[in-house]
Design a protein around this ligand. Structure first.
Ligand SMILES: NC(=O)c1ccc[n+]([C@@H]2O[C@H](COP(=O)([O-])OP(=O)(O)OC[C@H]3O[C@@H](n4cnc5c(N)ncnc54)[C@H](O)[C@@H]3O)[C@@H](O)[C@H]2O)c1
Ligand SMILES: [Zn+2]
Length: 368
């Protein structure tokens, strides 16, 4: 078991606990944060698989527990489910000194975190992330949000958790595509700022992409360390936090072009492809040695993740470019991209020339 403290100037410090069998001892850790009562927010799939173990552990620690389960999937990041969850918290009679527990993937974490941020002007919440993506990414950093028909994550709040419990054992029930999808964010962390970690991911660590618990444990620990270091420096994404968007401007454009609902590509698959594109674009601009981009591509592909546009579908260059420029991370019409000078050396590139990105996309197989 490893405890990673997360701290920053703008929020109260909290611990991320990473280890095996944490669900069984969660009650002891969460009980001191409550006044004897909590509501677990989950989705129906996770509530069935892991809700009883968590509820038992809380009850054994003297915490009266209810579970509220939303339908699985991105559709639950909605005003309708937010309203329903808030109503259930009111019905349960939680007050400002109680805590909410988010048990699930990024959907549940984002929804429950926003509900906690809003409930009675804000109550504490604990994250118990159950997908690899949630363990290495969404449970840390305090971003919460729901979607609207106009786009993803457009309504939200910064609300840091009180505690994060990342139990590697719950990943055993996760479908293989979800493991690979989370693995893309792990690879991303190595590509951003940790070449030795990327070497490990390319070698012995590669077993994590196939679900090996020991490899997953170290991958989660190192990812949380990297994400928390970046977030601690810059909670609200003014500068360095943007590095965590490596692969995401390309990736979001690809996801949006395909349509989220069809889920043709998991988020992490789009991010993996986006990372490969960002590195190749960096090579094209003379910023990055070709060997680094080729190596990154080989490692991403070996994890069963896509690296070429043709693996995702058919795209128009102008369509992708418009989606990239429309990304809320774009500033003043100019394209901001996360590029790299090599593996482990990502940087924020502002004012990237849209015409050169368009030419690059065509070289990559997008339609002119
Ligand atoms: N807040 C942030 O900083 C941040 C960062 C990245 C992503 N996100 C958000 O995270 C969301 C995606 O999260 P996700 O990929 O975890 O998706 P998810 O929460 O929808 O979970 C994926 C699927 O796996 C199932 N599942 C979860 N845990 C399981 C387990 N242990 N065993 C079996 N099945 C399990 C779920 O029921 C669901 O069907 C997106 O909405 C994205 O916007 C937020
Ligand atoms: Zn992501």
């Amino acid at each position: 078991m490893t405890i990673i403290p997360v701290s920053g100037q703008a929020f109260a410090p909290y611990d991320v606990v990473v280890g095996r069998g944490l669900l069984a001892s969660a009650g002891e850790r969460i009980a001191p944060l409550t006044r004897g009562r909590t509501v677990i927010i989950s989705d129906r799939t996770v509530a069935d698989l892991h809700g009883p173990a968590l509820a038992r552990s809380l009850e054994a620690a003297g915490v009266q527990t209810q579970i509220v389960a939303v339908p699985p999937g991105e559709g639950s990041k909605s005003f309708a489910e937010l309203e329903r969850v808030l109503d259930r918290l009111l019905e349960a009679g939680l007050d400002r000194k109680d805590v909410v527990v988010a048990l699930g993937g990024g959907v549940v974490g984002d929804l429950a975190g926003l509900a906690a941020a809003l409930y009675m002007r804000g109550i504490d919440f604990v994250q118990v992330p159950t997908t690899l993506l949630a363990q290495v990414d969404s449970s840390v950093g305090g971003k919460t949000a729901i979607d609207t028909p106009r786009g993803k994550n457009l309504v939200g709040a910064f609300h840091q958790p009180r505690l994060v419990l990342a139990d590697i054992d719950v990943l055993a029930t996760l479908p293989a595509q979800q493991v690979r999808s989370g693995w893309a964010e792990v690879l991303k962390h190595g590509l951003i700022c940790d070449a030795p970690f990327f070497d490990w991911l390319a070698g012995p660590g590669a077993a994590g992409a196939k679900g090996d618990p020991a490899a997953l444990e170290w991958a989660v620990i190192r990812s949380v360390e990297i994400k928390s270091a970046v977030v601690g420096e810059d909670e609200k994404e003014a500068g360095r936090r943007a590095l965590l968007n490596l692969g995401h401007t390309f990736g979001h454009a690809i996801e949006t072009a395909l349509g989220f609902e069809e889920a043709a590509l998991a988020h992490g698959e789009a991010v993996a492809l986006g990372c490969a594109l960002a590195l190749r674009y960096s090579v094209r601009e003379g910023l990055c040695p070709a060997a680094d981009a080729e190596r990154a591509e080989a490692v991403i592909a070996a994890a069963g993740l896509p690296t070429r546009l043709s693996q995702a579908g058919t795209f128009g260059a102008d369509q992708l470019l418009a989606l990239m420029a429309g990304d809320k991370k774009a500033e003043g019409g100019a394209l901001t991209l996360i590029l790299a000078r090599g593996i482990g050396q990502a940087f924020v590139a502002k004012g990237v020339d849209a015409a050169s990105v368009r030419s690059f996309l065509i070289e990559e197989g997008a339609k002119a």
